[in-house]
Ligand binder design. Structure first.
Ligand code: MG
Length: 117
């Protein structure tokens, strides 16, 4: 497993875009749209499968889905960089918010949204 930091990967992604003169297309709006489209491409690999099938993708299909997951990650990193969002700090912030919204003793075993508690 690679151990590059978020910042290192973001710098490589930015260099990739700069080399191709693609920064002009990478507005936050476009990156958010691209992120959503890649998420849909990921979902496509699971469409119409039952739960068991979704847990046991054939190797080639799993590899293709992994590439879509990487695309989601790539656009997430690019969007965070363009928005000036510190993804690690913000993720920890959101995890703290989620922990408050969903206290384990209150929600254990339930998939309800916090507004239903
Ligand atoms: Mg893709």
């Amino acid at each position: 497993m690679q151990e590059d930091s978020i910042a290192v990967i973001q710098a490589k992604l930015k260099a990739f875009a700069v080399e191709r003169d693609w920064e002009q297309f990478h507005s936050p709006k476009n990156l958010a749209m691209a992120l959503s489209i890649e998420a849909a491409e990921l979902m496509e690999h699971f469409m119409w499968l039952d739960l068991t099938q979704s847990e046991n993708l054939p190797e080639e299909k799993r590899r293709q889905a992994a590439h879509e997951l990487a695309d989601v990650f790539i656009y997430t990193l690019r969007l965070a960089e363009r928005m000036g969002v510190d993804l690690i700090q913000t993720t920890y912030e959101k995890m703290a918010i989620n922990a408050e919204k969903y206290p384990a003793d209150k929600v254990r075993g339930s998939a309800k949204k916090y507004t239903e508690y």
